[in-house]
Design a protein around this ligand. Structure first.
Ligand code: SF4
Length: 357
């Protein structure tokens, strides 16, 4: 199978590096998530970083929410297979410590660390240690003086003020995030910000919720931004095991043709024409069976031979159910007719034959 084509998108941001991961300036959209272990529990945190990386995370964020966590972070940094972002809450001294400890990036919400002088101290430290920064602004932490503005504008004004301080100090190694849990507000803020700054953007719908609604909100937001060059790294925030966030991120990127990881399964919704062939069960089984594959190709599970192969003619492989049998096809052309019980095995045999994977 030929390499899946990726969609070109406008380059609207300058590039920075978080560790060895390029962010912005035309680089592929980086996927990140965040650990939810206690950072002082080094073994559990390292394990989760490895799990996230195995699932496809390019970057992992870890909360450094006190001196005990900072001690743990120092150890995790040296054992991590990916660059780590230290997440700082209110205590700017944790940012200083995390940068010294080898964080590739510190994420601070300047509105939460107190005076601009503290924010400047963190910038100076990042300049000294070569650490990148994420300037995070969210609707809950907009400074008081911007409260009268409409919400999206308040987010942008707040972020731009912090960007200005950083740039006045000749510090450009930062990305910005403008987060809200309301999708239209988050989208508007990011679009507006891009009119004023070429800083790379980290995108995410904050407090998106549990898996299904969270994934949908994230897709609805990112789908309005990423294809237009707005957004350079993403996190899908779910009330879930963080490892579950990574496939959601890749499904969104893949649906937008921006980045692929693993095969794409398409399936018809089924109707009376299936004549009893279990499309839903087969689609789930095929999806599961394809999990070990890292290459991108499309497999279709269709309920009938009347419409299936034709409707799924772009699929690299497919099955179409019949009354007692099924047809394995490729690009709309039949390859084999097999008994219903042999469909799954026959499909994977055909996939295995393709030595281009
Ligand atoms: S492919 Fe066949 S079974 Fe599936 S929805 Fe279409 S007509 Fe119905």
């Amino acid at each position: 199978m030929a390499e899946a084509a990726l969609r070109e998108r406008p380059v609207t941001s300058r590039q920075i590096k978080v560790g060895d991961v390029p962010i912005g300036g035309g680089a592929q959209v980086a996927v990140q998530s965040m650990t939810n272990t206690m950072t002082y529990d080094v073994e559990a945190t390292v394990q989760q970083v490895y799990d996230l990386n195995a699932a496809g995370a390019d970057l992992v964020r870890i909360s450094v929410n006190g001196s005990k966590a900072l001690k743990g972070f120092r150890e995790v940094v040296w054992r991590s297979p990916v660059p780590l972002i230290a997440d700082i809450h209110f205590d700017y001294r944790m940012a200083l410590g995390a940068a010294d400890a080898g964080a590739a990036c510190v994420r601070i919400n300047p509105g939460n660390v107190g005076s601009d002088d503290r924010y400047r101290r963190v910038i100076e430290k990042c300049q000294e240690t070569g650490t990148a920064m994420r300037i995070g602004v969210n609707s809950g932490s907009v400074e008081k003086r911007f409260w009268d503005l409409p919400k999206a504008e308040a987010l942008v004004a707040s972020a731009l003020h912090k960007v200005e301080i950083a740039e006045e100090m000749d510090f450009f190694d930062f990305k910005v995030s403008l987060k809200a849990s309301h999708v239209p507000e988050m989208v508007e803020a990011n679009k507006k910000f891009r009119e004023y700054s070429d800083a790379p953007l980290h995108l995410g719908v904050t407090e998106a919720g549990t898996k299904l609604p969270g994934a949908i909100k994230s897709a609805a937001a990112l789908g309005q931004l990423l294809p237009y060059g707005i957004g350079d790294t993403i996190r899908i925030s779910l009330a879930e095991d963080p490892v579950e966030e990574i496939p959601v991120a890749y499904h969104i990127l893949s649906a937008l043709d921006l980045r692929h990881r693993g095969p794409n399964v398409i399936a018809c919704p089924s109707c009376a024409r299936t004549l009893g062939f279990d499309v839903i069960g087969m689609a789930a089984k095929v999806e599961e069976g394809l999990k070990p594959f890292e290459d991108h190709f499309t497999v279709a599970v269709m309920g009938c031979v009347v419409n299936g192969p034709g409707e799924a003619r772009d699929a690299d492989y497919g099955v179409a159910g019949g009354k007692d049998d099924g047809v394995i096809f490729s690009k709309g052309q039949p390859l084999r007719k097999v008994g219903r019980d042999e469909i799954y095995d026959a499909l994977f045999e055909e996939i295995a034959k393709d030595d281009r994977k």
